[in-house]
Design a protein around this ligand. Structure first.
Ligand code: ATP
Ligand code: MG
Length: 383
């Protein structure tokens, strides 16, 4: 073929392509908001019409016979129709697949469930899988939020209950004293003191908890000899233990020392001790033990065991929840006339223990003792 012929063919093909391409772009712009089905059909139409235009142009320039021109026209026309049909079918499938993802997103907004789509191109399938994963994470977050909201509501009603009961008792006793109908005024004064101490302890606990939860706890870590700390805690709990006829025991490895905030650590031990004494029947034993953690010499294990008869497996996680108390703990009790430290609590003790231990980057958990004799609370702290 001569160079001039080749150049002419290229020119005609380029001219036809340019003309069809420009018209195609204009139509694409005009139909830019239409369904992807039409966009795909347009792409296929531009491709085959470019070929169609080029071939017809060349055939006409080359003065092909009427028969050859007809053959070429029929063949290219069929190619145009087939290409457009195929593009339309693929476009319709795309519309169906993206409709499935759309439905999944809509179901997600309504809180329903839709399995991730398994048909369609890779991009749509991964978009669908991503949507399903997002829905799972959203559900988890909203379940967490609902649990938090529920526990906040419970806490408010528990605190209200824990304030109302002693306040009602205080009002009744104050009125009896005012009217002069109290048979034993001295006993009433003692009871009022006990209730006021209990309320003061409740408010102190709430304040401590709010500092823990706000992250406003200021720890002053210093070397603490665990032998001394446990002796002091045992001495502090001794009057309550005597009153309840509970034996107290302590075993601390010699020279065991950790770096911790002494006041917080005392609070941890005394909260655990008070709980243990309160849940141990008369003549039972409560024991504090301190040793290097078995299998980890960089941690110390402090444990308090009691004779409570064992905890329900379902309660073992809940005991550390803020405000949670065993099923019978919130039934109003007649206030005892003691120094107030053993009186009915509000379910804050173990939440405070957990908050303080967490702040020391430690861990706290509870296990039942063999033969359901009691339970043992463990505190594991970095040495
Ligand atoms: N040593 C224990 N033995 C058996 N049950 C326990 C023991 N310690 C705690 N519990 C259970 O866990 C609940 C929560 O304990 P927590 O110390 O947080 O609150 P509380 O002792 O009821 O009140 P507070 O500590 O505010 O005075 C208790 O009500 C009790 O049911
Ligand atoms: Mg307690």
């Amino acid at each position: 073929m001569k160079f001039a012929d080749a150049a002419l063919i290229a020119l005609v093909a380029a001219g036809a392509g340019l003309a069809v391409g420009l018209v195609g772009l204009l139509v694409a712009w005009l139909t830019r908001r239409w369904s992807i089905r039409w966009q795909l059909t347009l792409v296929a139409a531009v491709a085959v019409l470019t070929v169609f235009g080029g071939v017809l142009g060349i055939a006409w320039l080359m003065f092909l016979s009427g028969h050859d021109l007809l053959v070429i026209t029929v063949v290219t026309s069929i190619a145009v129709v087939v290409a457009i049909l195929v593009a339309f079918v693929i476009g319709s499938a795309m519309v169906r697949w993206s409709g499935a993802v759309q439905l999944q997103a809509r179901q997600m907004a309504l809180g329903g469930h839709q399995k991730p789509s398994e048909s369609g191109p890779r991009e749509l399938r991964s978009l669908s899988a991503e949507l399903a994963e997002t829905q799972r994470r959203l559900e988890e977050a909203s379940a967490r939020e609902a649990r938090l909201e529920e526990s906040r509501r419970e806490l408010i009603s528990w605190v209200a209950h824990d304030l109302r009961t002693p306040l009602a008792g205080l009002r009744a006793m104050a009125e009896a004293l005012e009217d002069g109908i109290a048979a034993d005024p001295h006993r009433y004064h003692q009871r009022i003191r006990v209730e006021v101490e209990r309320l003061a302890r409740l408010v102190d606990d709430l304040f401590e908890l709010s500092r823990i939860q706000a992250g406003a706890l200021t720890l002053t870590p210093e070397p603490v000899l665990l032998g001394d700390l446990v002796s002091e805690a045992l001495a502090g709990a001794d009057p309550v233990a005597r009153e309840r006829r509970v034996r107290l025991g302590g075993q601390v490895e010699d020279g065991l020392e950790i770096t911790a905030d002494p006041a917080s650590l005392s609070r941890v031990v005394s909260n655990l001790l008070m709980n243990a004494i309160r849940h141990t029947p008369a003549d039972g034993t409560v024991e504090v033990r301190c040793q290097l953690a078995p299998g980890d010499v960089r941690s110390v294990d402090l444990s308090v065991s009691d004779g409570c008869g064992g905890l329900d497996p379902g309660d073992m996680e809940r005991v550390f929840d803020l405000g949670w108390q065993g099923s019978t703990a919130r039934t109003p009790a007649v206030p005892e006339v003691t120094d107030g430290s053993s009186a009915q609590g509000a379910g804050f003790g173990l939440a405070i223990v957990k908050g303080l231990v967490d702040a020391h980057r430690g861990r706290v958990w509870v296990e039942n003792l063999p033969a359901a004799t009691g339970c043992r609370f463990h505190v594991r702290l970095p040495a």
